[in-house]
Structures are given as structure tokens and as C-alpha cells.
Design a protein. Structure first.
Lengths: 302, 170
């Protein structure tokens, strides 16, 4: 009898122990559900069944809750503003807590990044999302972040004339063609007589040569990406502040791969013709910036 | 002998249970500190507000780029005088603390920030989330999340009104 009592006591303690553990966790079916929800958003495969029918979503508001269908419509409407958008995989934090009221919440802190469709501008926003669960379904979603940069960029685009919008879209396509090594897209926005000057020196004589330049850069850095940081348009001239990032995993100008990452910025002045096609680019950037990040050094003259 | 073994097992389990760290706290010294910091922000007592931070603390305001405590304080000193009143709705705020798997101490706060502008009378309300890491009772990292669009607009209106007034008096 005593044995049984002791065994019972041990069992109770063991169960109590297990229960105590449940107040905070970084792994749970609910966390997996939130990760699925984030993946659905990234893939644009929206699924209302993750939410309970009566669930309410509060984004940057405390009293204007949206139903699951309204939430998805909200995302779809915003998607029109971006050529790319989604939550990043890196440095994302998820955890689940059980509050004193017995409520189950999954909290997450994520980085979201977009490329604006109209001008190719890249914007990164840290976002906090939190989800209350009941019986495995989301019953309340709360999100907080600062959309100021996106809002201002879109307002800036709205203020543009129709011609300026066309030019901005052309340059967004240009950045995309550079980033994806897309020769056809490049041809669709440039004239065959396209020329390029680097720091005042003519380096490209025609469109075909320019495409070879893009190709050679991608051979050296297959993950090369060109982002537009800022864009100013005056008549048929566009002033583009850009940032290039990439990893040197291939040979470049006869030099072996270094495996190093580079990030450098510059300015490009684009001339467009009356049809909105690019005819000339003047690039101003530090030619040594990337080389030095790759480990090259400048030697004094002998 | 068996009895002893069982007793031993029970004791072991009990000890293990005690050792199992509590990871969720509805209230703690750190939650109280953050609440005191929020109260200091509301009353504009910047010395008090600053006293809760470690010297090397990093504050991330809707950004992955940190700012120093002094830079954040300078920002508050510049912008808060534009409000006629401001603060969090305590009734609708929520605070908790967790000890995460890396044994880091984080206090989380959610609350509606309300206020009105002195010059325009414009009323504002937006929810704010704070994720605050503590080491030895001091804040070492603070992440602030809120939609700044309405406040930026309201501040611009105030600035435009002041510019207009200055123009008239010239």
C-alpha cells in the first residue's frame, strides 16, 4: 500500500513537472502552424483554414479587426505594390507562452523585405506578430510594424507624372535584369546602340556588349543583386543610387574565386529616349571598393 | 530496500522538478523596472528613464539599426513637448517576462499609446510592442515596434503650422 502511495506521488510529481514545462517553449504544433502561415504568405498560397472562423486580425490597430477573408484580401491588395516581398529566413524568432489566464500565444519577431514594383526600391521592415490559439486554430492575430518608408515611397510614386512612372518602371526592370542575368528583359528596356561610361570612360559600345558585362558579373558572383536605393527623375534623365551585393564564387577577369561577399554602392545616370528606352548610362562608383573587399590590395608605385 | 528505492526516486523527481527553471513570469523585478521606465517616459523624467538602461544598451526603433540611449533620449526630448498629453492605456496593456532557451531574460510589453498634439489638438492612438532584454536588472537591448505613419503626419502638421506662424510674424 505504501509502495503504491509512493509510486502515485512520483507519478503526480512527474506529471506536474511535465505541465510546468508547457508555460514557455520554442517548439510546438502551434509554432509550426504560425511558420506555415508565414510560408503561405511568402508563397502567396493563402489558407483561411489556419484561422478559426471568428478570428480577428489587428494590424497596427487596436480596434479595427479583420476577418480571415478580409486579412487575405488585405495582403492581396498590398501585393500589387511589390515585385517581391516576404519574410526572411534568417534571424527569425518564434516562441510560445501560456499566460496566467491560461491563454496560448505564439510570439514572433521577423524581418520582412520588399522590392517596390514601381521603382525597384528595396525596403526592410522588422515586424512583430503574435497569435492566440484555441484548439489548434488562430483566434486572434496581432501585428505591429512601421510601414512609413513604404508609404512615403508609394506617395512619391503617386506624385510622379505618367512619363516619370514609365521611367521608374524601366529602371526597376533594369535592376531586375541585372539581378537575374536576364538578357531578354535587358533588351526590352534598352536600345541596341546602348553605351556605358564608367567614371567618364567609355566601357560598353552596344547592347550586346552590355549583356556580356552582366553575364561576366554573374559568372563571378552568381548571387549578384542590384538594389535601387533612391531614384530621382528629371525629364528623360534618371539618377539612380544603387547598391550591389554578391558572393565571389566564380572566376572574375582571370582571377580565381575568393568565396568572399561584397557590398558596394554607386550612382548611375541614365538617359532615356522619347520611347522610354535606355540609350546611355554613366556610372560613378569606386572601382576599388569591391576589389578590396575581395582581399586585393593597392601597392605603391615602384 | 524497494521502499527506499522508490523514496529515492520520488526525491529525485521532486528535486528535478525544483531544478526545472520557471520560464514564464507574469510579474518580476524586471517587469516592474520596465513599468517604471514607461512611467518615467510618460512624465518626461528622462534621468529616471535613462537609469534603467545599461550604458552600452542598444535601442532598435522599428529598425535593425540600433541607436544609443542618449540618442533615443534626445529624440524624446525633442518630440514629446509637441504632445499636450501622451501615454499608455494601462487598462489595455499587457506585460510578461520569459527566460528563453538561451537563458536570456526578456520582458514583453503590449499597449495602446494615446495622446493629442498641443498645436493642432489632433488625437492619436496606436498600439506599441516592446521587447526588452535585461542583464543584472538593467536593460541591454530594447526593440520597439509601432506604426509611425500617423504620428509622423501629425508632427509634420505641427511643424507646418509653426512655420506658417513664423512667416506671419516676420
Amino acid at each position: 500500500m505504501k509502495k503504491l502511495l509512493l509510486l502515485g506521488l512520483a507519478a503526480i510529481l512527474f506529471v506536474a513537472c511535465q505541465q510546468q514545462e508547457q508555460r514557455y517553449t520554442q517548439q510546438s504544433p502551434e509554432i509550426d502552424t504560425v511558420k506555415k502561415l508565414i510560408k503561405n504568405y511568402n508563397d502567396k498560397t493563402y489558407d483561411t483554414s489556419i484561422y478559426a472562423d471568428s478570428s480577428k486580425t489587428f494590424y497596427n490597430t487596436k480596434d479595427k479587426g479583420m476577418s480571415p477573408t478580409e486579412t487575405i484580401a488585405y495582403h492581396q491588395a498590398n501585393d500589387a505594390n511589390y515585385s517581391e516581398r516576404g519574410f526572411l529566413d534568417k534571424d527569425q524568432e518564434y516562441e510560445m507562452v501560456k499566460t496566467d489566464d491560461g491563454q496560448t500565444w505564439v510570439n514572433c519577431w521577423l524581418d520582412w523585405k520588399c522590392t517596390l514594383a514601381t521603382n525597384g526600391k528595396e525596403i526592410m521592415i522588422p515586424i512583430h506578430l503574435t497569435y492566440q490559439f484555441i484548439d489548434g486554430k488562430v483566434v486572434r492575430e496581432v501585428g505591429m510594424w512601421d510601414p512609413t518608408e513604404v508609404v512615403l515611397s508609394l506617395m512619391q510614386m503617386d506624385a510622379m507624372t505618367a512619363d516619370e512612372k514609365v521611367i521608374a518602371e524601366t529602371l526597376a526592370k533594369g535592376a531586375k535584369a541585372w539581378s537575374t542575368n536576364d538578357a531578354d528583359l535587358w533588351k526590352s528596356i534598352t536600345v541596341p546602340e546602348l553605351v556605358r561610361y564608367d567614371n567618364g570612360v567609355k566601357t560598353v559600345n552596344n547592347q550586346a556588349e552590355y549583356i556580356e558585362v552582366i553575364k561576366a558579373n554573374h559568372a563571378a558572383m552568381p548571387d549578384l543583386k542590384i538594389a535601387i536605393d533612391n531614384l530621382t527623375i528629371s525629364g528623360n534623365t534618371a539618377y539612380v543610387n544603387w547598391t550591389a551585393t554578391g558572393t565571389n564564387t566564380g572566376e572574375f577577369m582571370g582571377n580565381p574565386a575568393t568565396g568572399k561577399k561584397v557590398k558596394f554602392s554607386g550612382m548611375a545616370v541614365w538617359q532615356l529616349n522619347s520611347d522610354g528606352m535606355a540609350v546611355r548610362e554613366d556610372v560613378y562608383s569606386d572601382p576599388n571598393a569591391a576589389a578590396m573587399q575581395l582581399g586585393y590590395t593597392l601597392a605603391p608605385p615602384k | 530496500m524497494k521502499k527506499l528505492l522508490l523514496l529515492g526516486l520520488a526525491v529525485l523527481l521532486f528535486a528535478a522538478c525544483q531544478q526545472q527553471t520557471q520560464r514564464y513570469f507574469a510579474e518580476s523585478a524586471e517587469t516592474k523596472t520596465l513599468e517604471a521606465g514607461i512611467a518615467a517616459y510618460e512624465s518626461g523624467d528622462w534621468d529616471q528613464w535613462k537609469s534603467h538602461f545599461a550604458d552600452t544598451a542598444k535601442i532598435y526603433v522599428n529598425s535593425n539599426e540600433p541607436m544609443t540611449v542618449d540618442a533615443r533620449m534626445a529624440q524624446f526630448k525633442q518630440t514629446t513637448p509637441a504632445w499636450a498629453d501622451y501615454g499608455f492605456d494601462k487598462e489595455k496593456s499587457y506585460i510578461e517576462m520569459v527566460l528563453d532557451k538561451e537563458d536570456e531574460t526578456w520582458v514583453y510589453f503590449w499597449g495602446p499609446h494615446n495622446g493629442s498634439m498641443k498645436a493642432t489638438g489632433k488625437k492619436l492612438s496606436f498600439p506599441v510592442h516592446l521587447a526588452v532584454q535585461f542583464v543584472d536588472g538593467k536593460i541591454v537591448e530594447e526593440h520597439v515596434f509601432f506604426d509611425g505613419t500617423d504620428m509622423n503626419k501629425a508632427m509634420e502638421e505641427v511643424a507646418a503650422m509653426q512655420a506658417e506662424k513664423e512667416g506671419e510674424s516676420e
